[in-house]
Design a protein around this ligand. Sequence first.
Ligand SMILES: Cc1cc2nc3c(=O)[nH]c(=O)nc-3n(C[C@H](O)[C@H](O)[C@H](O)COP(=O)(O)OP(=O)(O)OC[C@H]3O[C@@H](n4cnc5c(N)ncnc54)[C@H](O)[C@@H]3O)c2cc1C
Length: 495
Amino acid sequence: MTHKHRNAIVIGAGFAGIAVATSLAQKGYDVTVIEKNTQIGGRARQFHCQGFTFDMGPSWYWMPDIFENYFRTFGKKPSDYYQLKRLDPSYSVVFGADDRWRIPANLQELGVLLEQYEAGAAEQLEKFMAQAKYKYEVGINDFVNKPSRSITEFLDIRLLKGALNLDLLTSLSKHVRKFFKHPQIIKLLEFPVLFLGATPENTPALYSLMNYADLKLGTWYPMGGMFEIIRGMETLAREMGVKFHTGETVSQIEVKNGIATGVNTDKDYYPADIVVGGADYHHVEQHLLPTQYRSYSPQYWQKRTMAPSALLFYIGLDKKLEGIDHHMLFFDEDFKLHASEIYTNPQWPSKPLFYMSAASVTDPAIAPEGKENLVLLVPLAPGLEDSEEKRSHYYEIIMNRLEKLIGQSVKDHVIVKKSYAIKDFEQDYNAFKGNAYGLANTLKQTAILKPSCKSKKVANLYYVGQLTIPGPGVPPSLISGLVVGNEIEKDFAEL
Ligand SMILES: Cc1cc2nc3c(=O)[nH]c(=O)nc-3n(C[C@H](O)[C@H](O)[C@H](O)COP(=O)(O)OP(=O)(O)OC[C@H]3O[C@@H](n4cnc5c(N)ncnc54)[C@H](O)[C@@H]3O)c2cc1C
Protein backbone atom coordinates (compact mmCIF):
# COMPACT_ATOMS: atom_id res chain seq x y z
CA MET A 1 0.00 0.00 0.00
CA THR A 2 1.42 3.44 -0.79
CA HIS A 3 0.98 6.41 1.55
CA LYS A 4 -1.36 7.98 -0.94
CA HIS A 5 -3.91 5.32 -0.07
CA ARG A 6 -3.31 5.25 3.64
CA ASN A 7 -5.94 6.92 5.81
CA ALA A 8 -4.96 8.49 9.09
CA ILE A 9 -7.68 9.56 11.52
CA VAL A 10 -6.67 12.04 14.21
CA ILE A 11 -9.00 12.41 17.20
CA GLY A 12 -8.99 16.02 18.43
CA ALA A 13 -7.90 19.32 16.89
CA GLY A 14 -5.72 20.80 19.63
CA PHE A 15 -2.12 21.89 18.95
CA ALA A 16 -0.87 18.30 19.06
CA GLY A 17 -3.64 16.87 16.86
CA ILE A 18 -3.18 19.54 14.19
CA ALA A 19 0.61 19.11 14.33
CA VAL A 20 0.55 15.33 13.85
CA ALA A 21 -2.09 15.67 11.12
CA THR A 22 0.06 18.15 9.19
CA SER A 23 3.16 16.01 9.62
CA LEU A 24 1.34 12.93 8.29
CA ALA A 25 -0.17 14.86 5.38
CA GLN A 26 3.34 16.00 4.43
CA LYS A 27 4.39 12.36 4.34
CA GLY A 28 1.59 11.52 1.93
CA TYR A 29 -1.13 10.22 4.24
CA ASP A 30 -4.76 11.07 3.65
CA VAL A 31 -5.59 12.73 6.97
CA THR A 32 -8.90 13.57 8.62
CA VAL A 33 -9.10 15.29 12.00
CA ILE A 34 -12.30 14.78 13.97
CA GLU A 35 -13.02 17.38 16.65
CA LYS A 36 -15.94 17.30 19.09
CA ASN A 37 -16.16 21.07 19.55
CA THR A 38 -17.45 23.34 16.81
CA GLN A 39 -14.21 25.35 16.92
CA ILE A 40 -10.74 23.80 16.55
CA GLY A 41 -7.86 24.68 18.89
CA GLY A 42 -8.76 22.58 21.93
CA ARG A 43 -7.68 24.26 25.13
CA ALA A 44 -6.50 27.20 23.05
CA ARG A 45 -9.97 28.10 21.70
CA GLN A 46 -11.11 31.69 21.58
CA PHE A 47 -14.47 33.34 22.18
CA HIS A 48 -15.96 36.73 21.39
CA CYS A 49 -18.40 38.73 23.47
CA GLN A 50 -19.54 42.38 23.12
CA GLY A 51 -16.46 43.36 21.13
CA PHE A 52 -14.00 41.53 23.43
CA THR A 53 -11.88 38.61 22.13
CA PHE A 54 -10.73 36.12 24.76
CA ASP A 55 -8.07 33.43 24.41
CA MET A 56 -9.54 30.69 26.58
CA GLY A 57 -6.30 28.87 27.43
CA PRO A 58 -2.63 29.62 26.77
CA SER A 59 -1.48 33.22 26.97
CA TRP A 60 2.32 32.93 27.29
CA TYR A 61 4.21 32.49 24.03
CA TRP A 62 7.57 31.05 25.10
CA MET A 63 10.31 29.23 23.16
CA PRO A 64 9.84 31.00 19.81
CA ASP A 65 12.47 28.67 18.33
CA ILE A 66 10.09 25.72 18.70
CA PHE A 67 7.37 27.53 16.74
CA GLU A 68 9.93 28.49 14.08
CA ASN A 69 11.05 24.90 13.85
CA TYR A 70 7.44 23.75 13.56
CA PHE A 71 6.66 25.98 10.60
CA ARG A 72 10.13 25.41 9.06
CA THR A 73 9.34 21.67 8.90
CA PHE A 74 6.77 22.63 6.27
CA GLY A 75 8.85 25.31 4.55
CA LYS A 76 7.11 28.19 6.37
CA LYS A 77 7.75 30.77 9.08
CA PRO A 78 5.52 32.01 11.92
CA SER A 79 5.52 35.44 10.23
CA ASP A 80 3.76 33.88 7.23
CA TYR A 81 0.76 33.53 9.54
CA TYR A 82 1.00 35.95 12.49
CA GLN A 83 2.92 38.93 13.74
CA LEU A 84 4.90 38.46 16.95
CA LYS A 85 5.78 41.14 19.46
CA ARG A 86 8.36 40.72 22.22
CA LEU A 87 7.07 42.00 25.56
CA ASP A 88 9.16 44.32 27.73
CA PRO A 89 8.70 43.99 30.64
CA SER A 90 8.22 40.30 30.00
CA TYR A 91 5.81 40.20 32.95
CA SER A 92 5.54 41.46 36.48
CA VAL A 93 5.43 39.70 39.81
CA VAL A 94 3.38 41.30 42.56
CA PHE A 95 4.73 40.41 46.00
CA GLY A 96 2.63 43.03 47.80
CA ALA A 97 0.81 46.34 47.28
CA ASP A 98 4.05 48.31 47.04
CA ASP A 99 6.27 45.52 45.94
CA ARG A 100 6.06 44.73 42.25
CA TRP A 101 8.99 43.42 40.18
CA ARG A 102 8.75 44.23 36.50
CA ILE A 103 10.94 41.64 34.79
CA PRO A 104 12.95 43.33 32.03
CA ALA A 105 13.42 41.55 28.71
CA ASN A 106 17.15 42.33 28.95
CA LEU A 107 19.10 39.89 31.13
CA GLN A 108 21.72 42.44 32.27
CA GLU A 109 18.94 44.72 33.48
CA LEU A 110 17.47 41.80 35.39
CA GLY A 111 20.87 41.26 37.04
CA VAL A 112 20.82 44.89 38.19
CA LEU A 113 17.30 44.43 39.62
CA LEU A 114 18.24 41.27 41.52
CA GLU A 115 21.46 42.82 42.86
CA GLN A 116 19.32 45.34 44.76
CA TYR A 117 17.89 42.47 46.79
CA GLU A 118 20.87 40.12 47.16
CA ALA A 119 24.52 41.10 46.93
CA GLY A 120 26.27 39.07 44.20
CA ALA A 121 22.95 38.03 42.59
CA ALA A 122 23.87 39.50 39.19
CA GLU A 123 26.97 37.30 38.96
CA GLN A 124 25.08 34.28 40.27
CA LEU A 125 22.40 34.89 37.65
CA GLU A 126 25.03 34.68 34.91
CA LYS A 127 26.27 31.33 36.23
CA PHE A 128 22.74 30.02 36.71
CA MET A 129 21.77 31.06 33.20
CA ALA A 130 24.90 29.48 31.63
CA GLN A 131 23.77 26.12 33.04
CA ALA A 132 20.17 26.77 32.04
CA LYS A 133 21.33 27.50 28.47
CA TYR A 134 23.26 24.23 28.31
CA LYS A 135 20.20 22.35 29.58
CA TYR A 136 17.96 24.07 27.08
CA GLU A 137 20.24 23.20 24.18
CA VAL A 138 20.87 19.57 25.19
CA GLY A 139 17.38 19.10 26.63
CA ILE A 140 15.52 20.40 23.62
CA ASN A 141 17.84 19.04 20.94
CA ASP A 142 18.69 15.63 22.37
CA PHE A 143 16.06 14.67 24.94
CA VAL A 144 12.75 16.34 24.27
CA ASN A 145 12.64 15.26 20.64
CA LYS A 146 12.89 11.58 21.54
CA PRO A 147 9.78 9.42 21.26
CA SER A 148 10.76 7.79 24.61
CA ARG A 149 9.53 4.39 23.50
CA SER A 150 12.62 2.65 24.88
CA ILE A 151 15.50 3.34 27.26
CA THR A 152 17.92 2.42 24.44
CA GLU A 153 17.19 5.76 22.80
CA PHE A 154 19.13 7.35 25.65
CA LEU A 155 22.10 4.95 25.64
CA ASP A 156 24.26 7.19 23.55
CA ILE A 157 27.54 8.21 25.15
CA ARG A 158 27.03 11.87 24.42
CA LEU A 159 23.58 11.77 25.97
CA LEU A 160 24.75 9.85 29.01
CA LYS A 161 27.56 12.31 29.55
CA GLY A 162 25.04 15.06 28.98
CA ALA A 163 22.66 13.52 31.52
CA LEU A 164 25.23 13.89 34.27
CA ASN A 165 25.34 17.59 33.59
CA LEU A 166 21.59 17.89 33.33
CA ASP A 167 20.86 17.50 37.04
CA LEU A 168 18.18 14.92 36.40
CA LEU A 169 18.46 13.64 39.94
CA THR A 170 18.29 16.81 41.94
CA SER A 171 15.21 18.98 42.26
CA LEU A 172 14.78 22.41 40.75
CA SER A 173 14.02 23.76 44.20
CA LYS A 174 17.42 22.63 45.57
CA HIS A 175 19.20 23.77 42.44
CA VAL A 176 17.85 27.34 42.66
CA ARG A 177 18.80 27.53 46.35
CA LYS A 178 22.41 26.68 45.51
CA PHE A 179 22.60 30.01 43.71
CA PHE A 180 20.24 32.35 45.57
CA LYS A 181 18.93 33.04 49.07
CA HIS A 182 16.45 35.86 48.68
CA PRO A 183 12.91 34.38 48.88
CA GLN A 184 11.54 36.58 46.09
CA ILE A 185 14.39 35.70 43.70
CA ILE A 186 13.71 32.05 44.50
CA LYS A 187 9.99 32.50 43.72
CA LEU A 188 10.84 34.22 40.44
CA LEU A 189 13.07 31.34 39.36
CA GLU A 190 10.73 28.62 40.58
CA PHE A 191 7.64 30.03 38.89
CA PRO A 192 8.25 28.78 35.30
CA VAL A 193 8.12 25.11 36.28
CA LEU A 194 4.54 25.61 37.37
CA PHE A 195 3.87 25.43 33.60
CA LEU A 196 5.06 21.82 33.78
CA GLY A 197 2.33 21.06 36.24
CA ALA A 198 4.44 20.08 39.24
CA THR A 199 6.09 21.73 42.25
CA PRO A 200 9.73 22.88 42.12
CA GLU A 201 10.52 20.25 44.80
CA ASN A 202 9.19 17.54 42.54
CA THR A 203 10.63 18.74 39.25
CA PRO A 204 14.11 17.67 38.05
CA ALA A 205 16.62 20.52 37.95
CA LEU A 206 16.92 19.79 34.20
CA TYR A 207 13.93 22.08 33.92
CA SER A 208 15.90 25.17 34.81
CA LEU A 209 15.92 25.14 30.99
CA MET A 210 12.57 26.87 31.51
CA ASN A 211 14.42 29.80 33.12
CA TYR A 212 16.47 30.13 29.95
CA ALA A 213 13.26 30.11 27.93
CA ASP A 214 11.75 32.69 30.27
CA LEU A 215 14.56 35.12 30.97
CA LYS A 216 16.69 34.85 27.82
CA LEU A 217 14.44 33.76 24.95
CA GLY A 218 11.66 36.00 26.23
CA THR A 219 7.89 36.37 26.37
CA TRP A 220 6.21 37.05 23.03
CA TYR A 221 2.68 37.75 21.90
CA PRO A 222 1.04 37.01 18.54
CA MET A 223 -1.00 40.11 17.68
CA GLY A 224 -4.68 39.18 17.61
CA GLY A 225 -4.15 36.60 20.37
CA MET A 226 -2.79 33.10 20.85
CA PHE A 227 -5.56 31.76 18.63
CA GLU A 228 -3.70 33.28 15.67
CA ILE A 229 -1.23 30.38 16.00
CA ILE A 230 -4.11 27.92 15.65
CA ARG A 231 -5.45 29.84 12.65
CA GLY A 232 -1.98 29.71 11.04
CA MET A 233 -1.62 26.00 11.75
CA GLU A 234 -5.08 25.33 10.35
CA THR A 235 -4.31 27.23 7.12
CA LEU A 236 -1.07 25.28 6.72
CA ALA A 237 -2.76 21.95 7.50
CA ARG A 238 -5.49 22.59 4.93
CA GLU A 239 -2.86 23.59 2.35
CA MET A 240 -1.25 20.21 2.99
CA GLY A 241 -4.60 18.49 2.39
CA VAL A 242 -5.78 17.82 5.96
CA LYS A 243 -9.56 17.65 6.33
CA PHE A 244 -11.27 18.85 9.52
CA HIS A 245 -14.63 17.62 10.77
CA THR A 246 -15.79 19.77 13.67
CA GLY A 247 -18.78 19.35 15.97
CA GLU A 248 -18.35 15.58 15.67
CA THR A 249 -17.44 13.32 18.61
CA VAL A 250 -15.52 10.05 18.32
CA SER A 251 -17.41 7.45 20.34
CA GLN A 252 -15.32 4.33 19.67
CA ILE A 253 -12.13 3.07 18.06
CA GLU A 254 -12.89 -0.16 16.26
CA VAL A 255 -10.16 -2.82 16.73
CA LYS A 256 -9.87 -6.21 15.02
CA ASN A 257 -7.09 -8.63 15.96
CA GLY A 258 -4.95 -5.92 17.49
CA ILE A 259 -5.32 -3.53 14.54
CA ALA A 260 -7.44 -0.37 14.63
CA THR A 261 -9.71 -0.51 11.60
CA GLY A 262 -11.67 2.69 12.00
CA VAL A 263 -13.50 5.06 14.31
CA ASN A 264 -17.19 5.55 15.01
CA THR A 265 -18.49 9.02 15.70
CA ASP A 266 -21.89 10.38 16.69
CA LYS A 267 -22.45 10.98 12.95
CA ASP A 268 -20.49 8.50 10.86
CA TYR A 269 -17.95 5.70 10.54
CA TYR A 270 -14.41 6.36 9.22
CA PRO A 271 -12.17 3.50 8.12
CA ALA A 272 -8.53 4.01 9.15
CA ASP A 273 -5.08 2.56 8.56
CA ILE A 274 -3.62 4.67 11.36
CA VAL A 275 -5.42 6.20 14.35
CA VAL A 276 -3.89 8.95 16.48
CA GLY A 277 -5.46 9.98 19.78
CA GLY A 278 -4.97 13.73 20.11
CA ALA A 279 -7.70 14.03 22.75
CA ASP A 280 -6.70 13.43 26.39
CA TYR A 281 -4.86 10.08 26.54
CA HIS A 282 -6.95 8.83 29.45
CA HIS A 283 -10.19 9.50 27.56
CA VAL A 284 -9.00 7.83 24.35
CA GLU A 285 -7.80 4.64 25.92
CA GLN A 286 -10.24 4.29 28.82
CA HIS A 287 -13.39 5.36 26.98
CA LEU A 288 -12.90 4.81 23.26
CA LEU A 289 -11.06 1.46 23.22
CA PRO A 290 -12.45 -2.00 24.04
CA THR A 291 -11.14 -3.07 27.50
CA GLN A 292 -8.71 -5.74 26.25
CA TYR A 293 -6.89 -3.19 24.09
CA ARG A 294 -6.15 -0.65 26.82
CA SER A 295 -2.43 -0.32 27.67
CA TYR A 296 -3.05 0.92 31.20
CA SER A 297 -5.46 0.08 34.03
CA PRO A 298 -7.84 2.47 35.82
CA GLN A 299 -5.54 2.09 38.88
CA TYR A 300 -2.57 3.24 36.79
CA TRP A 301 -4.45 6.39 35.87
CA GLN A 302 -5.59 7.01 39.43
CA LYS A 303 -1.94 6.96 40.53
CA ARG A 304 -0.75 9.52 37.96
CA THR A 305 0.06 13.01 39.16
CA MET A 306 -2.08 15.19 36.96
CA ALA A 307 -1.10 18.79 36.29
CA PRO A 308 -3.46 21.29 37.91
CA SER A 309 -6.88 22.35 36.75
CA ALA A 310 -7.80 26.02 36.90
CA LEU A 311 -10.56 28.43 37.75
CA LEU A 312 -10.69 31.13 35.09
CA PHE A 313 -12.62 34.36 34.74
CA TYR A 314 -12.86 36.08 31.35
CA ILE A 315 -13.57 39.70 32.16
CA GLY A 316 -14.39 42.76 30.03
CA LEU A 317 -14.05 46.15 31.76
CA ASP A 318 -15.73 49.40 30.71
CA LYS A 319 -12.44 51.29 31.29
CA LYS A 320 -8.66 50.91 31.02
CA LEU A 321 -6.68 50.12 34.17
CA GLU A 322 -3.71 52.29 35.04
CA GLY A 323 -0.13 51.02 35.28
CA ILE A 324 -0.84 47.33 34.75
CA ASP A 325 1.30 44.95 32.68
CA HIS A 326 0.23 42.38 30.10
CA HIS A 327 1.17 39.41 32.35
CA MET A 328 0.94 39.79 36.12
CA LEU A 329 1.62 37.09 38.71
CA PHE A 330 0.11 37.74 42.12
CA PHE A 331 2.48 35.98 44.49
CA ASP A 332 1.55 37.92 47.60
CA GLU A 333 0.41 34.78 49.44
CA ASP A 334 2.25 31.62 50.52
CA PHE A 335 3.44 29.71 47.42
CA LYS A 336 4.03 26.47 49.40
CA LEU A 337 0.59 26.45 51.01
CA HIS A 338 -1.18 26.82 47.65
CA ALA A 339 1.07 24.13 46.10
CA SER A 340 0.32 21.72 48.94
CA GLU A 341 -3.41 22.35 48.43
CA ILE A 342 -2.96 21.30 44.81
CA TYR A 343 -0.69 18.27 45.19
CA THR A 344 -0.41 16.97 48.75
CA ASN A 345 -3.72 17.75 50.30
CA PRO A 346 -6.06 18.52 47.37
CA GLN A 347 -8.64 21.15 48.30
CA TRP A 348 -9.84 24.58 47.25
CA PRO A 349 -6.97 26.95 48.15
CA SER A 350 -7.18 28.84 51.45
CA LYS A 351 -5.12 31.76 50.14
CA PRO A 352 -4.88 31.47 46.36
CA LEU A 353 -2.07 32.79 44.23
CA PHE A 354 -3.43 33.99 40.92
CA TYR A 355 -2.38 35.20 37.50
CA MET A 356 -3.84 37.96 35.35
CA SER A 357 -3.45 38.34 31.62
CA ALA A 358 -4.36 41.77 30.31
CA ALA A 359 -3.56 41.26 26.63
CA SER A 360 -5.37 44.49 25.68
CA VAL A 361 -2.37 46.32 27.20
CA THR A 362 -0.40 45.12 24.15
CA ASP A 363 -3.18 44.55 21.65
CA PRO A 364 -5.96 47.15 21.35
CA ALA A 365 -7.80 45.03 18.79
CA ILE A 366 -9.01 42.51 21.37
CA ALA A 367 -11.13 44.98 23.36
CA PRO A 368 -13.42 47.85 22.34
CA GLU A 369 -11.69 51.24 22.44
CA GLY A 370 -10.98 52.48 25.97
CA LYS A 371 -11.83 49.10 27.52
CA GLU A 372 -9.73 46.34 29.09
CA ASN A 373 -9.67 42.60 28.45
CA LEU A 374 -8.66 40.51 31.49
CA VAL A 375 -8.26 36.80 32.10
CA LEU A 376 -7.82 35.80 35.75
CA LEU A 377 -6.56 32.32 36.60
CA VAL A 378 -6.34 30.43 39.90
CA PRO A 379 -4.58 27.03 39.70
CA LEU A 380 -6.60 24.25 41.37
CA ALA A 381 -6.16 20.61 42.28
CA PRO A 382 -7.76 18.45 39.57
CA GLY A 383 -10.85 16.50 40.52
CA LEU A 384 -12.27 18.96 43.10
CA GLU A 385 -15.99 19.50 43.41
CA ASP A 386 -16.82 22.49 41.25
CA SER A 387 -19.91 24.62 41.91
CA GLU A 388 -21.24 28.10 41.13
CA GLU A 389 -20.96 28.98 44.84
CA LYS A 390 -17.26 28.11 44.91
CA ARG A 391 -16.60 30.09 41.74
CA SER A 392 -18.41 33.16 43.14
CA HIS A 393 -16.57 32.88 46.45
CA TYR A 394 -13.17 32.90 44.69
CA TYR A 395 -14.24 35.66 42.35
CA GLU A 396 -14.82 37.89 45.38
CA ILE A 397 -11.49 36.90 46.96
CA ILE A 398 -9.35 37.61 43.91
CA MET A 399 -11.23 40.73 42.83
CA ASN A 400 -10.79 42.25 46.29
CA ARG A 401 -7.10 41.35 46.32
CA LEU A 402 -6.62 42.68 42.79
CA GLU A 403 -8.24 46.02 43.65
CA LYS A 404 -6.07 46.39 46.76
CA LEU A 405 -2.85 45.38 45.02
CA ILE A 406 -3.24 47.62 41.99
CA GLY A 407 -4.94 50.40 43.97
CA GLN A 408 -7.99 50.99 41.73
CA SER A 409 -11.57 49.82 41.39
CA VAL A 410 -12.23 46.91 39.06
CA LYS A 411 -15.36 45.04 40.17
CA ASP A 412 -17.75 47.92 39.51
CA HIS A 413 -16.46 48.20 35.94
CA VAL A 414 -17.09 44.61 34.87
CA ILE A 415 -19.36 44.48 31.80
CA VAL A 416 -18.49 40.95 30.58
CA LYS A 417 -17.90 38.03 32.92
CA LYS A 418 -17.65 34.32 32.22
CA SER A 419 -16.21 31.68 34.54
CA TYR A 420 -14.61 28.41 33.48
CA ALA A 421 -13.36 25.56 35.70
CA ILE A 422 -13.07 21.83 36.34
CA LYS A 423 -16.55 20.82 35.11
CA ASP A 424 -16.02 22.75 31.87
CA PHE A 425 -12.66 21.06 31.21
CA GLU A 426 -14.36 17.69 31.67
CA GLN A 427 -17.36 18.57 29.54
CA ASP A 428 -15.57 20.42 26.73
CA TYR A 429 -12.38 18.34 26.38
CA ASN A 430 -13.08 15.01 28.15
CA ALA A 431 -10.25 16.02 30.49
CA PHE A 432 -9.38 13.44 33.17
CA LYS A 433 -10.32 14.98 36.56
CA GLY A 434 -10.85 18.24 34.72
CA ASN A 435 -7.10 18.80 34.29
CA ALA A 436 -6.10 21.97 32.46
CA TYR A 437 -2.47 21.19 31.61
CA GLY A 438 -2.34 17.39 31.20
CA LEU A 439 0.08 15.16 33.07
CA ALA A 440 2.63 16.69 35.44
CA ASN A 441 6.31 16.52 34.43
CA THR A 442 7.54 15.00 37.69
CA LEU A 443 10.73 12.92 37.73
CA LYS A 444 8.65 9.74 37.88
CA GLN A 445 6.63 10.89 34.87
CA THR A 446 9.43 11.99 32.57
CA ALA A 447 10.45 10.50 29.16
CA ILE A 448 9.99 6.70 29.10
CA LEU A 449 8.04 6.93 32.36
CA LYS A 450 5.18 8.76 30.62
CA PRO A 451 2.21 6.99 29.01
CA SER A 452 3.73 5.75 25.75
CA CYS A 453 3.09 7.58 22.49
CA LYS A 454 2.44 4.18 20.88
CA SER A 455 -0.21 1.78 22.11
CA LYS A 456 1.23 -1.41 23.59
CA LYS A 457 -1.72 -3.46 22.33
CA VAL A 458 -2.97 -1.93 19.09
CA ALA A 459 -0.32 -1.94 16.37
CA ASN A 460 -1.45 1.18 14.51
CA LEU A 461 -2.68 3.37 17.39
CA TYR A 462 -0.62 6.36 18.59
CA TYR A 463 -1.05 9.17 21.08
CA VAL A 464 -0.03 12.82 21.01
CA GLY A 465 -0.56 15.80 23.30
CA GLN A 466 0.01 16.99 26.79
CA LEU A 467 -0.54 13.64 28.55
CA THR A 468 2.28 11.91 26.67
CA ILE A 469 5.79 12.94 25.55
CA PRO A 470 7.24 15.46 26.04
CA GLY A 471 4.61 17.05 28.34
CA PRO A 472 2.32 20.01 28.99
CA GLY A 473 2.41 23.34 27.15
CA VAL A 474 2.04 24.59 23.61
CA PRO A 475 5.68 24.05 22.48
CA PRO A 476 5.73 20.45 23.83
CA SER A 477 2.40 19.76 22.10
CA LEU A 478 3.91 20.87 18.77
CA ILE A 479 6.97 18.69 19.39
CA SER A 480 4.69 15.79 20.31
CA GLY A 481 2.87 16.03 16.97
CA LEU A 482 6.08 16.16 14.93
CA VAL A 483 7.83 13.36 16.85
CA VAL A 484 4.84 11.03 16.58
CA GLY A 485 4.38 11.85 12.88
CA ASN A 486 7.97 10.70 12.34
CA GLU A 487 7.50 7.57 14.44
CA ILE A 488 4.48 6.54 12.39
CA GLU A 489 6.47 7.06 9.22
CA LYS A 490 9.32 4.92 10.61
CA ASP A 491 6.95 2.14 11.64
CA PHE A 492 4.92 2.06 8.45
CA ALA A 493 7.12 3.38 5.64
CA GLU A 494 8.47 -0.08 4.84
CA LEU A 495 5.13 -1.89 4.81
C1 LIG B 1 -6.06 27.86 31.06
C2 LIG B 1 -4.83 27.33 30.38
C3 LIG B 1 -3.72 28.13 30.28
C4 LIG B 1 -2.57 27.66 29.65
N1 LIG B 1 -1.50 28.49 29.50
C5 LIG B 1 -0.47 28.12 28.72
C6 LIG B 1 0.51 29.07 28.33
O1 LIG B 1 0.40 30.25 28.70
N2 LIG B 1 1.52 28.67 27.51
C7 LIG B 1 1.62 27.37 27.08
O2 LIG B 1 2.56 27.05 26.34
N3 LIG B 1 0.68 26.45 27.42
C8 LIG B 1 -0.36 26.80 28.21
N4 LIG B 1 -1.36 25.91 28.49
C9 LIG B 1 -1.22 24.52 28.05
C10 LIG B 1 -1.56 24.34 26.58
O3 LIG B 1 -2.70 25.07 26.25
C11 LIG B 1 -1.79 22.86 26.31
O4 LIG B 1 -0.64 22.13 26.71
C12 LIG B 1 -2.09 22.54 24.86
O5 LIG B 1 -3.01 23.44 24.31
C13 LIG B 1 -2.59 21.10 24.80
O6 LIG B 1 -2.86 20.76 23.47
P1 LIG B 1 -3.33 19.29 23.12
O7 LIG B 1 -3.42 19.23 21.64
O8 LIG B 1 -2.50 18.27 23.82
O9 LIG B 1 -4.77 19.11 23.82
P2 LIG B 1 -6.17 19.86 23.61
O10 LIG B 1 -5.96 21.27 23.31
O11 LIG B 1 -7.03 19.56 24.78
O12 LIG B 1 -6.81 19.15 22.32
C14 LIG B 1 -7.50 17.94 22.41
C15 LIG B 1 -8.77 18.05 21.56
O13 LIG B 1 -9.44 16.79 21.54
C16 LIG B 1 -10.84 17.05 21.50
N5 LIG B 1 -11.59 15.85 21.91
C17 LIG B 1 -11.72 15.34 23.17
N6 LIG B 1 -12.46 14.20 23.13
C18 LIG B 1 -12.84 14.01 21.83
C19 LIG B 1 -13.61 13.02 21.17
N7 LIG B 1 -14.14 11.96 21.80
N8 LIG B 1 -13.82 13.16 19.83
C20 LIG B 1 -13.28 14.20 19.14
N9 LIG B 1 -12.52 15.17 19.72
C21 LIG B 1 -12.28 15.06 21.06
C22 LIG B 1 -11.00 18.21 22.47
O14 LIG B 1 -12.23 18.89 22.26
C23 LIG B 1 -9.78 19.06 22.11
O15 LIG B 1 -10.10 20.00 21.10
C24 LIG B 1 -2.53 26.35 29.11
C25 LIG B 1 -3.67 25.53 29.22
C26 LIG B 1 -4.81 26.02 29.83
C27 LIG B 1 -6.03 25.15 29.90
